[in-house]
Design a protein. Structure first.
Length: 307
């Protein structure tokens, strides 16, 4: 069988982490303790996760005309991801997150979307063959909605399974996005922002998920952190628990989950089995520090998690 094939439309970012004793006051210069960079952006994270599991992944997005852009493209390529549809926006910065972390572990984060904000419907239409040739399309909310809508329409017309990860929620999600989503996937706080239902318990999640289905999604999948996730359709409802593990860093867990889910669905697993395995992969990622750095590779996984 050929490798499962996935197209990801989404963001590509560089995280810049400055570790300081305390946050500087306005106008003050401080010496920090340490500086690290990390590859990020929800689109890129999900693409990397799926590629590490063995999927053939194509990324649609934009990088800036700066050194970070070139570096981020190289990172995607080093994971075996096709970047033919990653365009460069000259004269604009790449997407970056400037993160300051103090001794208490508190952070201050400035996200500059840069080139991610310039992804257009036309970019997506040029990548039509990458979408229609995939089994699964993945979209999130860090590129303009017009790009997501264009991708979702192409995928739905071609019978490609669509997963819309409503993260981060910064604006209303158009009704059409729900209707074009085979799986609409928020976390608890995103589900609350979208539905107005505070999600603290499984019953709350059931209510929020059913509202998402009523809006037109074929399925709602709410991730619940250590509790796993809840899958709801018009006639089915399943809580799929996550393995119990000791979490050390949950940054990027949602992206590990969504990228893995896309892989297992594209590989042809039934949806509940795909969700259970995505929980297992995300649970591995939370036991290691970093975002992409915490995502396991196929070679590190037990046979029971491979497909
Ligand atoms: P986000 O990172 O978007 O906030 P969640 O916190 O809901 O998303 O986590 C996404 C997925 O990661 C969960 O559905 C689960 O599979 C896994 N996960 C997150 N935290 C833990 C944990 N403490 N133990 C086990 N699995 C976890």
């Amino acid at each position: 069988m050929s490798a499962p094939s996935i197209c990801v439309v989404g963001s590509i970012n560089l995280d810049m982490n400055a570790y300081v004793e305390r946050f500087p006051r306005p106008g003050e210069t401080l010496h920090g303790r340490r500086f690290t960079t990390g590859y990020g952006g929800k689109g890129a994270n999900q693409a990397v996760m799926a590629a590490r599991l063995g999927a053939k992944v194509s990324m649609v997005g934009r990088i800036g005309g700066d050194i970070f852009g070139h570096d981020m493209r190289r990172n995607l390529e080093s994971e075996g991801i096709c970047t033919d549809f990653v365009r460069e926006s000259k004269g604009v910065s790449s997407g970056v997150a400037v993160i300051t972390i103090d001794e208490q572990g508190q952070n201050q984060i400035i996200v500059i979307p840069g080139a991610n904000g310039l992804v257009t419907a036309a970019d997506v239409e040029e990548a039509q063959a990458a979408i229609t040739g995939a089994q699964v399309l993945l979209c999130q909310m860090e590129v303009p909605m017009e790009a997501n809508l264009a991708a979702l329409r192409i995928a739905r017309n071609a019978g490609v399974t669509t997963i819309f990860n409503s993260a981060p929620v910064s604006s209303e999600v158009p009704e059409e996005v729900y209707r074009l989503s085979d799986i609409f996937c928020p976390n608890e706080s995103e589900a609350e922002l979208l539905t107005g239902v505070p999600v603290h318990t499984l019953d709350d999640a059931r209510l929020a998920a059913s509202m998402i289905v009523t809006r037109g999604a074929r399925a709602a999948l709410i991730t619940l952190g250590a509790q796993g996730c809840l899958y709801v359709t018009a006639d089915q409802e399943e809580h799929v628990p996550a393995p119990r593990v000791k979490a050390v860093d949950t940054t990027g867990a949602g992206d590990a989950f969504v990228g893995s889910l896309a892989h297992f669905l594209a590989a042809g697993l039934p949806v509940l089995e795909a969700i259970a395995r995505a929980n297992a992969i995300a649970a591995i990622s939370v036991q290691h520090p970093g975002t992409q750095a915490s995502y396991p590779r196929r070679a590190d996984l037990p046979e029971t998690l491979l497909r």
